[in-house]
Design a protein around this ligand. Structure first.
Ligand code: CMX
Length: 134
């Protein structure tokens, strides 16, 4: 089972508005959606480049995953998300091969997609997300 593409790269930012301005003015990208994901304690902004998105993440709670990440490591690349046709199957496969999962079952993420995370301690330091429509 192979991912179809890199769905998005998640970037933790301190200030969504300022970061959006940078991507729009300097890289000439267009922010096409801003969405709060309450479950993940983040506000997100999306840009599309080819088949891949950039997802800017501003924390809405210092105790949320992005709040804790910024506190400990500062703003920067937070995670890479791989697109799968079937997220649940992809998570189960990874677990069977010995990877430590954060999410055993997919949950609801931004843009109505199913998402599930693999623990960075089990993925060579890169927080890894699987995401897709089911
Ligand atoms: N990338 C790489 N390493 C990371 C990391 C990240 N994004 N976040 C945390 N870590 C590392 C920490 O540096 C720490 O390492 P050390 O022990 O060597 O210092 C270790 O993982 C544990 O970190 P922690 O600060 O103690 O944090 P927690 O264990 O409480 O949580 C994690 C870490 C990854 C399990 C948690 O952030 C998580 O569940 N993430 C998945 C959900 C998420 O990130 N949601 C936001 C995005 C939502 C979206 O895209 O919509």
């Amino acid at each position: 089972m192979k991912p179809t593409h890199i769905e998005h790269i998640g970037i933790a930012v301190n200030n969504l508005e300022q970061a959006i301005e940078y991507y729009e003015k300097i890289l000439n990208l267009k922010c096409y959606a801003i969405e709060e994901v309450k479950d993940q304690k983040v506000k997100t902004a999306f840009f599309m480049i080819g088949q891949t998105k950039l997802e800017l993440l501003e924390s809405t709670d210092p105790d949320g995953p992005v709040g804790k990440f910024i506190e400990k490591r500062g703003a920067g690349v937070h995670h890479i998300a791989f697109a799968y046709d079937n997220v649940e199957e992809a998570l189960t496969n990874a677990e069977k091969k010995g990877v430590r999962l954060i999410d055993k079952k997919p949950r609801n993420g931004a843009e109505g997609l199913k998402i599930g995370f693999l623990h960075p301690k089990s993925t060579f330091g890169v927080l890894t997300e699987f995401c897709g429509e089911k």
